[in-house]
Each structure stands twice: as structure tokens, then as C-alpha cells.
Design a protein around this ligand. Structure first.
Ligand code: ADP
Ligand code: MG
Length: 234
């Protein structure tokens, strides 16, 4: 449902993303891994319209017969076309309650309550979001991204700052959201066991370039990936 072709982003002389091409199948969970600074967040910023691409194309399939070019569309237009996202740094509204965080996106109390129930935060719905654990705030952000009924959701490092027990829960929730809401996920993540356990297809970036892609098993045994991660505690 998403096709990225030869996508490039430069910042001055620095090439953050270098002719990167990838595809996301509808209904799948696609993972993106790569060392720090390899262009993962930049890719998300281009897809969601936060930054303009230097060159290359981004196509979003709306249905079987229609695809739209996302380049040069504003973030709100891309959101309305069905692409939701979360950010690497947590952006919950800390002084609003969990419920208000969702209702701030769309005034639909029933959907907000349904999503809170779904991610197991119902009993905390009246608490200020800043009082939730980091893992709970991550779940709240994912629920918030789902308020607009997106077809595709981009998650940027959802496990960052989350404790190990909660990471497992997060993984289960994402898998269930895919199954029950039919959401397609594109997930950037450092945590290899989390990402390889959850994804159907994995893309590996290094210095802005795609150096490998395949199933989690193919990625685990790929020498280029092992090399890119050598010395990393993954
Ligand atoms: P990752 O998410 O894989 O860690 P990023 O996409 O954040 O990597 O960054 C890729 C490279 O682009 C890094 O060298 C980073 O410093 C640079 N970069 C990212 N965003 C900007 C920006 N807005 N302005 C200048 N350089 C940037
Ligand atoms: Mg990043």
C-alpha cells in the first residue's frame, strides 16, 4: 500500500536518505532497522510530509485502483489520506487526561473509549497522561494515532524508554491492532528481538541506503546486517 522509489533527502552536504526504495504490503507489519543516523526518522518525516523530499517518489495506494503521490502534500492532507504516526520522542499532552489526549484529535468519545480499552488503559483514562509510565504513554500515542482511523501507521522507536516487561505487551498490542483494525504498520526500531518478532518484512538502512531486506530469518543471518550492527548489544 506504500511504495517509496529512489527517495533522497539531503541537508546541505549531508545525504540523510540516499535513493531509498521500499514497499509496504497492505495488512503487513514492515520493520525498519539501522544504526543511529541511518535515515530512519528522516524517511518517516518524508512519508508523513513533515519534510519535503529532495528527490524520489512516495505513492500511497488508496484502494485497488487508486494511488496518490504524497510528495508535496501537507502533513494534515497525508493524515486525512489515512497515514498516522508517532514520534521518536514521546509527544503526549502530559497535563491532559489519557481520554482527553485521544479526544483532542477527534471528538469521538466512543472511539476513544474503545481504543483505550483495546490498549488496556481504560482504568487510567481520567489520569493526566504525564502520570502514566513511559510504556503506557507509548500505548496512548499509538491509540491516539488510531483515532483518525488510519490505514497505515508509522511508529518511530515505540520501545524507546519502555521497560522490558512492557515491551512484550507493546508488541502484543501492535499485533492485535493489526489483526482487529486491519491497520498496516511501518515500524522503526532499534530493539532487534522486538522488531524481528513482530515484522513480516524487514528493511535495513545504513548511512541512508537500503543495505538489505527480507524476512526476519533472512535478516538475522545476513552478514551485512551483522556487520552494520557489530558491537551493538542486539
Ligand atoms: P535515525 O532516525 O536513523 O537515527 P535520522 O533520520 O534522524 O536518523 O538522521 C539521519 C541523518 O540526518 C543524521 O546525520 C542527522 O543528523 C541528519 N538530520 C536529520 N534531520 C535533520 C535536520 N532536520 N537537519 C539537519 N540534519 C538532519
Ligand atoms: Mg530516529
Amino acid at each position: 500500500m506504500l511504495r517509496v522509489e529512489e527517495l533522497t533527502k539531503t541537508f546541505g552536504k549531508m545525504t540523510a536518505l540516499d535513493r531509498c526504495s521500499l514497499r509496504v504490503e497492505r495488512g503487513s507489519i514492515t520493520g525498519i532497522i539501522g544504526p543511529n543516523g541511518s535515515g530512519k526518522s528522516t524517511l518517516f518525516n518524508l512519508i508523513s510530509g513533515i519534510l519535503p523530499a529532495t528527490s524520489g517518489q512516495i505513492y500511497l495506494e488508496i484502494d485497488d485502483s487508486r494511488a496518490v503521490v504524497l510528495n508535496r502534500k501537507a502533513p494534515y492532507q497525508i493524515a486525512r489520506l489515512g497515514v498516522g504516526r508517532t514520534f521518536q520522542l514521546n509527544r503526549v499532552f502530559k497535563r491532559l487526561t489519557a481520554l482527553e489526549n485521544l479526544m483532542a484529535v477527534k471528538f469521538d468519545r466512543s472511539r476513544a473509549l474503545e481504543l483505550l480499552e483495546f490498549v488496556g488503559l481504560s482504568s487510567l483514562k481520567e489520569l493526566p497522561a504525564g502520570n502514566l509510565s513511559i510504556g503506557q504513554q507509548r500505548l496512548l500515542e499509538i491509540a491516539r494515532a488510531l483515532m483518525l482511523e488510519p490505514q497505515l501507521v508509522l511508529l518511530d522507536e515505540p520501545t524507546a524508554g519502555v521497560n522490558p516487561m512492557m515491551i512484550q505487551k507493546l508488541s502484543e498490542h501492535i499485533a492485535r491492532l493489526r489483526e482487529q483494525f486491519g491497520v498496516t504498520f511501518l515500524i522503526v526500531e532499534h530493539h532487534m528481538p522486538f522488531l524481528l518478532g513482530l515484522s513480516h518484512h524487514v528493511v535495513v538502512l545504513s548511512a541512508g541506503q537500503k543495505i538489505a531486506e527480507g524476512t526476519p530469518d533472512e535478516i538475522r543471518s545476513n552478514p551485512k546486517v551483522i556487520e552494520a550492527y557489530l558491537g551493538d548489544a542486539t
